[in-house]
Design a protein around this ligand. Structure first.
Ligand code: 5GP
Ligand code: MN
Length: 324
């Protein structure tokens, strides 16, 4: 497919940038930020990574040696690059309240609302990292091994280790990244084999709370802020939990809710992209992809969980082609 944008033209226009990903960072937003930082640095362009949230133990390790700036103290006059953010609010209040319009929006969410001055958005891309990697390769922008590692981190995590429907384009990009000398097993270990025992204690509670309903088509679970406190976990320790809900035989749609004291976070996953999790999330002000989406709302009342389960069944029933 012919891509219409020119990343080189947009990237090499200014001599200093701020760059940010979304709150509740994941491998894709981290890898994309680090890759762009490296590419810019190689051309003597300064790129400040703005810390908008807690990165957690696993992802923090990837930032070692990079110029990460406190989200309270940064020069808001500099052009801002946003990566992996479906809307500007996903950058978090520290950022979006200070900028009226970001310079560049690089993303792959179907729900992206083109919030920046320049928008490079491709919902066919597995990850923002793939979109960046393909642009670098196509436009002959040179990049090194560390950049290839960062891009692989993004692709590996957003494809759930290539388990989601993976296009040949993704594999071709990985082939080029491997040509730079990266070790895929090392990157895999650095993300998936650094679990804490505390995370397993939280997982016990999550599994305990799992329920399947609606003729076995739906599976949900939850944890509370109290569970996090008692197991001494942080919110990022729940990474990957939602997959257990979808992975049950017969389940079409899975959801995981985190009931925090001041907010509620929901992760949604479906086996098929026809279930349009992005549209369901949109009902609650969220977004994402057809088979993986989420939303965050203010602290919810006691009835939320039951009402939510009902709304999920209604959403799937009302999809085109679904029998009511
Ligand atoms: P996760 O469930 O892993 O947090 O997120 C899955 C997908 O849903 C990601 O692509 C993410 O961007 C999107 N998503 C998760 N939470 C939110 C949210 O609060 N708002 C929006 N707009 N998207 C979200
Ligand atoms: Mn992503």
């Amino acid at each position: 497919m012919m891509r219409k944008w020119n990343l080189r033209e947009l990237l090499f226009k200014h001599d200093e940038y701020n760059i940010v990903g979304h709150v509740r960072a994941d491998g894709d937003c981290v890898g994309s930020q680090l890759a762009l930082h490296n590419v810019l640095k190689a051309s003597n362009i300064k790129c400040n990574i703005i810390k908008n949230d807690n990165y957690g133990t696993v992802l923090s390790a990837f930032f070692r040696g990079y110029p990460v700036m406190d989200g309270e103290n940064f020069n808001e006059k500099l052009p801002l690059i946003c990566v992996d953010c479906s809307d500007f609010k996903r950058t978090g209040p520290k950022i979006f309240e200070k900028y009226s319009k970001p310079y560049l929006n690089l993303d792959h969410h179907i729900s992206n609302d083109n919030f920046a001055q320049h928008n490079i958005v491709d919902a066919n891309s597995s990850s923002t990292a793939q979109l960046i990697a393909e642009s670098l390769i196509r436009e002959n922008i040179s990049f090194d091994k560390a950049t290839a590692e960062a891009l692989y981190l993004g692709i590996m995590t957003d494809t759930n280790r290539f388990a989601y429907s993976t296009a040949i384009d993704t594999i071709k990009v990985v082939e080029t990244l491997m040509g730079k000398g990266i070790s895929i097993s090392e990157i895999h270990r650095s993300v998936y084999e650094r679990n804490s025992l505390a995370k397993y204690r939280l997982l016990e509670r999550f599994l305990h709370n799992i329920s399947v309903f609606g003729d076995g088509n739906y599976c949900t679970s939850f944890i509370t802020e109290n569970d996090l406190r008692e197991t001494q976990c942080e919110p990022l320790d729940t990474e990957g939990f939602v997959n257990y809900t979808r992975q049950i035989d017969g389940v079409k749609v899975g959801a995981f809710l985190e009931f925090h004291d001041s907010y509620l976070k929901c992760s949604l996953r479906s086996k098929n992209s026809t279930s349009r999790m992005d549209l369901f999330a949109k009902q609650f002000g969220g977004g994402g992809h057809p088979a993986a989406a989420g939303f965050t709302v203010d602290a919810a009342g006691e009835n939320f969980y039951n009402n939510f389960k009902f709304a999920l069944i209604e959403h799937v029933k009302n999809l085109p082609g679904e029998k009511s």
